[in-house]
Structures are given as C-alpha cells and as structure tokens.
Design a binder for this molecule. Structure first.
Ligand SMILES: [Ca+2]
Length: 448
C-alpha cells in the first residue's frame, strides 16, 4: 500500500521533506518547515536548503545565513548573475579597503582620492610615483661644503634629471646630499641610484647615511656595485632581499656617497611599503569571458566533469520547433573550448530530446548552455512518459564565461524543480526557450 504523506513530505515511506522544505518533525502538522533562502542568492535560484540543517546553498560570491548578502569585496546581488554578486574592483592604492557599497559599488577612498573605484586624485593633488622621494646628486656638496662639479651632456648621460649629473672622479670621489625626509608610514627604506658607468668593469662604491643632528655611531653604511652601463641604469642598495634596509626617521639626514668612475644623476628613498608591497597584489574577482572587452586578469572557472553521467546532446535532435513549426537545427561552436551547441533563438522555441535513462531512480536534470543575453531566462522543462509529466523550470543566467577545458560546462544548472522518479524511456522537452542555447540535458543519479 501507499503511505499518506503530510503536506510537505514525500517518499514511498514519507521519510523525506519535499524540495524547498527541511526539518522533518512529527510535531509539525505539515511535516517539514519551509526553507528560508533568498532565491536571488542561491545556486540555480531555487531557494532550496539542506534537509538536515536548513542551510542554504549560496552562489559563490554570496554569504549570509539565507544567502542575502554579497561577500566582502562584492556588491549588487542579482538573481540573473550566475555568481550572485559583482566584484567591487576598488583601486588597491586609492581605496582604503576592498569593500564597496550601494547599488553601483562605490569604494571607500583614501584621503584626497576620488572616483567610484578610487582611481583619480582630488583636484590639486597628484599620485606620487615610486620615485617621489627623489634627491638630485648635483645639488649636493663636497665634504668641505663646496658645490659639486657636475656635467649636463646628454650624450654622456641621456635624459638626465634636473640640472645634470655628478662626475665621480679621483678629484671628486666623495659627495654629500641632504635628505629632507618627511613624515612617512614606516622608517625602512632602500636607496636607488640612477647612474652611468662608462667603463668596462663594475665599480665598487659606498653609501653612508646619518642624521644631521646625530652622532657618527648612528651612521648606516653599505656597499654599492655599479655594473657597467653606458645607458642610464638603476642600482638598489641593499640589493638582495635579505640585507637590512636603511632605517630613517623623519628629519634632515645626510647621504655620503664614495665612488670613482661613475656619473650619478639622482638618489631615491624607496619606502618598505613599495618594495614589499603585498598591498600591490591585484585582487582578481571577475570571471573570464569569451566575449566583450579584453581582460588583463580574470578567473578561469571550470565545472566538475559530468560526462560520466548519461547525457543527451542537443544536436542529436532532428529539429526544433519555432512557434510550433519544425525547423532544421543550426549548430555552433562558440570557441574551441566550447562543445558544439545547438543555436536556438526565437520567441517560442521547443527542443525535444530523448533521454536514455539506465534505470529507474531519483534524478536531477543538468543543462549546459551559453548565452550572451544580459537577462535571466526561465526555461520550462517537461519530462514526459506515457501517462505522466514532470514539469520544472531552469534558470538560464547571462553567461559569457570562458571555461578551461573541452567538455567543461559553461554553466550547468541544477534543475531541482523537476522532482520525482523518472522511469526509463522518458522524453525531455524544452519549451519557451528564448534566445538561449541549451546544449544537452544530463540526468544525474544521486547528484549533490
Ligand atoms: Ca640630476
């Protein structure tokens, strides 16, 4: 005999909740409680939850108990978005965090930075470059306070900065440069020198930095190796990542450079924030698209392979119906990474496919498709066999994402609104397919 299940319960022995319900409880007059999931934020937009604990299945960039909020760094939860939310893409230098807010995703800018993504300086401000703490060597002096001898021949030093370059020779092998160090977030710096070494061998020099008010014991001294270069070149001191950088607090400092046989243009103090800039790592949030403007950095998503499950290719159909009339199938392959798909477009489109069901069981239908349309389409799916029809719907998200491998799914959808037991030899009918391209229907035993 058949058991008489409560309203929200199903199964031959009434032992499980219907889809969209959970928490089977004998005290509950309807048997199970409704899932509390925000449909726009759940996978496939179904609002389905886990039977045991009522947990909602959030889309990848969505969080919250009911999948109703974007994760930090994302904004604009939308039903039509396959990933739920868009990345904020706040400028890593201009924004104070990766978090944005509001319907257009406005980032929180640092002081004197403006723009939605914090990419422009405020009026009367500019973005400093890496060399903004720059000191011209020719403005320095000799140890006894005299002006330096400096050259300004663009043939000897192409594109020198400011007035020229100091000529470090046997009669001028020791220069002093005053470093006026302003307030800075840290006190560790590397020194960069722009130079020309016209000789054929590396030149060894020394740099000593000390505070103008301090004692000689506070001096920090390091070796500089100027490799031969007739073109302007840069040398960083200390050079390798393990040596201690210079420790320099705000105030007036003196840099003393000793070398012979090189031309020196300018000196740069490079803050630690710049050379150890983990902050400068760009957070990549956007999925790779196969259409639209070229992307510098994107995430290449790949779905789990489903080819071990029985599948039916859309191109196995002989024709499709447009406004009830049979039309020949047109097949397309969007990119070499995509499978061959059937191109279905029109207002009222139907595609009939025959499912090869190996055995009676509980199945879900997964559809692979691709569409460039920016809106969400809902496709009716009917699974028919003599005497019964199972009806459901599948959300077709705007999906122009690029996938990595052959056979990987562009965007498979769980079709959990087609519930129940599917017998062998059923037919799957897609109808009302508007402007999208379902490729094949896969029914999966024990899926998810
Ligand atoms: Ca210069």
């Amino acid at each position: 005999g058949y058991c008489q299940c409560k309203l929200h319960v199903e199964g031959p022995t009434c032992s499980s909740c219907k889809q969209l319900y959970w928490n089977l409880d004998k005290e509950n007059p309807n048997g199970c409680s409704e899932c509390q999931c925000h449909k726009a934020g759940t996978v496939s937009g179904t609002g389905e939850c886990r039977q045991g604990d009522g947990d909602c299945h959030c889309k990848s960039h969505v969080g919250g108990d009911s999948c109703d909020t974007c994760e930090d760094g994302y904004f604009a939860l939308e039903k039509r978005n396959y990933f739920g939310c868009q990345g904020c893409q706040c400028d890593i230098g201009g924004a104070s965090s990766s978090v944005c807010s509001g319907p257009s995703g406005v980032c929180q800018c640092r002081e004197h930075v403006v723009g939605k993504a914090c990419q422009q300086p405020e009026n009367n401000y500019y973005f400093p470059d890496l060399h903004h703490m720059k000191y011209e060597i020719e403005d320095g002096s000799t140890p006894n306070g005299r002006d330096l001898r400096f050259g300004f021949d663009p043939l000897a030093f192409p594109e020198f900065s400011w007035r020229g370059y100091a000529q470090m020779t046997s009669v001028q092998n020791d220069v002093r440069i005053t470093l006026n160090v302003g307030k800075s977030s840290g006190s560790l710096f590397r020194v960069i020198l722009r130079y020309v070494n016209p000789g054929t061998e590396a030149v060894s020099g020394h740099i000593t930095i000390y505070p103008s008010w301090g004692k000689a014991s506070a001096a920090q001294s390091k070796e500089i190796i100027f490799l031969p270069s007739k073109e302007p070149a840069f040398v960083t001191v200390p050079g390798n990542g393990f040596a201690d950088p210079f420790s320099i607090t705000p105030g007036i400092w003196v840099a003393c450079i000793k070398a012979e046989g090189v031309l020196l243009d300018y000196l740069v103090l490079l803050p630690k924030d710049y050379y150890e800039a983990s902050v400068l790592q760009l957070p990549v949030t956007e999925p790779c698209a196969y259409a639209g403007p070229p992307q510098e950095n994107c995430l290449l998503y790949q779905h789990l392979p489903v080819t071990r499950f029985p599948c039916t290719l859309a191109c196995e159909a002989r024709h499709f119906l447009l406004d009830g009339e049979p039309r020949p199938l047109a097949v397309r392959q969007l990119t070499p990474a995509h499978p061959v798909m059937v191109d279905l477009s029109g207002r009222e489109v139907e595609l009939h496919l025959r499912l090869r069901v190996p055995q009676v069981g509980h199945y879900v239908v997964v559809v692979e498709y691709s569409t460039k349309a920016a809106q969400l389409f809902v496709v009716d799916v009917n699974v028919k066999s003599p005497g019964s029809v199972l009806a459901g719907q599948v959300n077709i998200y705007s999906c122009n994402y690029r996938c990595g491998a052959m056979n990987s799914l562009v965007s498979p959808q769980r079709l959990c609104q087609v519930p129940g037991w599917i017998a062998q030899g059923k037919r799957l009918i897609f109808s009302n397919v508007k402007g999208c391209t379902p490729t094949f229907a896969t029914h999966l035993e024990n899926w998810g």
